[in-house]
Design a protein around this ligand. Structure first.
Ligand code: ADP
Length: 736
């Protein structure tokens, strides 16, 4: 292939750095090379473009080796004054044309992407000027007329339209939630109040979400300006009620950029002094600062960065672009393309609304998800329910079924409080269907779920057993005895199957004719009609952390690691963690593994270890093959390695299930809970008894009749017939 004929493609990172930028750079470089293009790494953002010379260097696959798990950006990022001026952009154009680069993948915040827009708008004029002034011959210039740009948003603030989450925001949320969870422990021990300030500039996403999913009692965000004269009293009144109700700590989360209704800044000392003087509390303040930007990118950030980088290179090198410049973003795990111009325009509208203090417009423009989260936060943080719970209230029962999944407690807490708020008495059934048969129940009142949002495991207990026919009569008796009007099961396929049995046996057991809702919660993400299940994001993060450590243990050895991850026959965790860790090979049952494949892989490893490879990572899903198990593969690879490399294996086992739920799992649990309570309430008010399971598709929550469950499942392998994520298989292959 004549690479000189293909357009040169440049990649740069600009503005504030964000975790995940390296994963984008790696994906752009490797995908473009795979497609046969010449790729250039541009250092220090637009400054590199203006400078040229050693700041624009050809990049090969090795240039981006071993960077996927690093925070920051290997390209360097900078703010460049010259590029704000036309003269600076003329320099940049000259450098690009000289190297034949007219495809650009730009990763940055809204400032950087505005710069990209301006460059694109002026491009023809800039080129004309380069010809007119004789700097570059016309023929050369004309080869570069077709400038194409894709913008990817790298920003921890989540402050951009056109994508659900900007690259880096999930990692920042991880850092903030870890910090607030830790602060909560010490605050409880000392009965202290804490004020935590988080980043966000004009966007309250980090403050709002961290407040929603941790033990925070009060949140201040720029979009919702509090009343100048009364906010301090109002905040203290709520905190006091919480302390009176038995809360042993008070935490206030303050975003950057908050002003009151009269436009006065609200900063840490204002909140601290109010808590001290009005409540007489001992107060500590913490400004998290750059901690939020640093550290290893989260699983979601690595995956979305990789998918977006891969898509950006493909879009730039494909025949035509729907939008140019385009902004590539994600809806859940699905890539969406928008007009960069339109996204920047919408962003300016939100920023304007925030700047002038128009809270209604600012909240509206942030979208329904943001406004919904604000509402949920307002309810969940209440020290006491606004509705009274009495013996008269209809009863909703909550239970788990299947293996524990991190985030189950978050769901139970949210369901309990939102249910009480909607006028129900909430009952917890312990230890799954066995507990339902035995009547092993406990009341769930407002304070019984206090402090449980970030707890791992499942405090109600969960079991995998599915009820048999002999259990139906005792279950009916329990439903009657506790007067249960609705049943919510948070769990995996065991829960769905049990619920479906109730649906199928309604003719014989009248009490089964109540609303029944299954909320998907299982780390393996093997449930139908949902992009995600509660728990799978935490499991992915557990896997990548373990794999990062395993990789670090092998510096300077010729070593191949074979890591087995959970999922039984469902390869979601294996494939996604393979993408997030840059694994050389991923073995899934869905992509049947043959002896020829293994033989080819051994040859590939031998060849590359003979070169300068030190380390290789192979990930296999538990049941990727019925006979070629992890031990077999380890022995085979070791036996065939011919002393070119050694092989070690690791079974991650229960480590994947444990730990505090990741932010995305907590947010998902609260969203499911919120929609579920409204659904059940509506059904009961309309005297209906649907039996459904929930799912989230492209960020939208939906309900599906359990009657379609069998049709959707591949029962032999306990996984959905349609596994949406398998479309990422080629990405994993391309990038290694
Ligand atoms: P971020 O991309 O994180 O929002 P900045 O707003 O600082 O960060 O922008 C980064 C760089 O993008 C600036 O230093 C400048 O080089 C370029 N840039 C920003 N706004 C413009 C603009 N209106 N015109 C041209 N270049 C711009």
């Amino acid at each position: 292939m004549n690479r000189e004929k293909l357009p040169g493609i440049g990649v740069l990172t600009s503005g504030g750095d964000a975790p995940g930028m390296n994963a984008v750079v790696r994906a752009v470089v490797r995908t473009a090379i795979f497609q046969g293009a010449r790729v250039f790494a541009i250092k220090n953002g637009y400054q590199g473009l203006v400078n040229g010379g050693n700041d624009i260097v050809p990049a090969d696959g090795r240039f981006v080796t071993g960077i996927i798990h690093d925070g920051g950006t290997i390209l360097g990022s900078a703010r460049c004054k010259e590029f704000m001026e036309r003269s600076g952009r003329l320099e940049a154009a000259a450098k690009l044309v000289a190297l034949g680069i007219h495809r650009l993948a730009i990763i940055g915040g809204d400032g950087s992407l505005t710069g990209a827009m301006v460059l694109h708008r002026e491009w023809q004029e800039l080129l004309d000027e380069l010809v007119k002034t004789g700097r570059i011959p016309e023929e050369r210039v004309n080869q570069n007329r077709d400038l194409r740009i894709t913008g990817l948003v790298g920003s921890i603030d989540n402050d951009m339209c056109g994508t659900d989450l900007t690259i880096g925001a999930d990692t920042a949320l991880h850092r903030i939630v870890e910090a607030i969870d830790a602060i909560y422990d010490t605050a409880v021990s000392h009965h202290r109040a804490f004020v935590v300030k988080v980043m966000g500039r004009r966007c309250g996403y980090l403050a709002l979400m961290s407040g929603l999913i941790t033990g925070a009692d009060w949140v201040l965000i720029p979009e919702k300006r509090p009343e100048a004269r009364s906010w301090k009293q109002e905040m203290c009144r709520i905190l006091k009620q919480g302390l009176d109700a038995g809360r042993r700590a008070s935490i206030v989360v303050l975003s950057e950029g908050v002003k009151d209704s009269e436009g006065h800044d609200i900063d840490l000392p204002d909140v601290r002094d109010a808590l001290r003087s009005i409540l007489g509390l001992e107060v500590r303040v913490t400004e998290l600062g750059h901690v939020q930007r640093g550290g290893h990118p989260s699983a979601f950030d690595r995956i979305q960065a990789t998918l977006l980088g891969n898509a950006a290179a493909r879009v730039l090198l494909s025949g035509k672009m729907k939008y140019n410049p385009a902004l590539l973003g994600m809806e859940g795990f699905h890539i969406i393309t928008s007009s960069l111009d339109k996204c920047l325009q919408k962003n300016r509208e939100v920023a304007d609304a925030v700047d002038v203090g128009d809270s209604r417009r600012a909240m509206e423009k942030r979208g329904r998800f943001f406004a919904g989260a604000f509402k949920a936060k307002t309810i969940l943080k209440r020290p006491l329910p606004s509705a009274r719970v009495s013996g008269e209230n209809p009863v909703l029962a909550l239970m788990h079924a299947g293996a524990p999944a991190p985030g189950m407690n978050t769901a139970v807490r949210a369901l309990t409080r939102l249910g009480i708020e909607a006028g129900y008495k909430m009952l917890g059934i312990q230890h799954g269907f066995e507990g339902l048969v035995a009547g092993d129940v406990r009341d769930l009142d407002w304070m019984s779920v206090n402090g449980t949002s970030g707890m791992g495991g499942a405090f109600l207990g969960t079991k995998r057993e599915i009820p048999g026919e002999e259990d139906f009569a005792p279950i009916e008796r329990q439903l009657h005895q506790h007067n249960i009007k609705g049943l919510i099961i948070i769990g995996g396929l065991a829960g769905y199957t049990g619920a479906n049995l109730f649906r199928l046996n309604r003719h014989g057991f009248q009490r089964f004719s109540i609303p029944i809702v299954c909320i998907p919660a299982t780390i393996s993400n093997n449930l139908p009609n949902t992009d995600l299940c509660i728990g799978s994001d935490t499991a992915l993060n557990n896997i990548i952390e373990a794999v990062d450590k395993i990789k670090q243990s092998a510096v300077a050895l010729k070593r191949c690691f074979l890591v087995e991850v959970a999922g039984r026959y469902c390869g979601y965790l294996a494939l996604m963690s393979g993408i997030a860790t840059g694994a050389e090979r991923v073995y899934l049952h869905e992509k049947s593994v043959t002896l020829q494949d293994l033989s080819r892989d051994i040859q590939f490893l031998k060849n590359s270890f003979k070169g300068d490879r030190h380390l290789a990572l192979l990930l296999r899903c538990e049941r990727s093959h019925n006979y070629y198990d992890t031990e077999f593969m380890r022995t085979l690879f070791e036996a065939e390695s011919g002393n070119d490399f050694s092989v070690r294996h690791a079974l991650l086992g229960h480590l994947q299930l444990g730990g505090s739920p990741a932010p995305l799992d907590r947010i998902l649990a609260i969203r499911f809970a919120d929609n579920c309570v409204r659904f059940v309430d509506n059904a009961l008010k309309n005297r209906q008894a649907p039996a459904v399971f929930m799912g989230i598709k492209r960020g939208k929550i939906r309900f599906f009749d359990l009657a379609i469950l069998e049709k959707l499942m591949d029962i032999d392998y306990s996984r959905p017939q349609n596994q949406w994520w398998l479309k990422f298989w080629p990405v994993a292959r391309t990038l290694v």
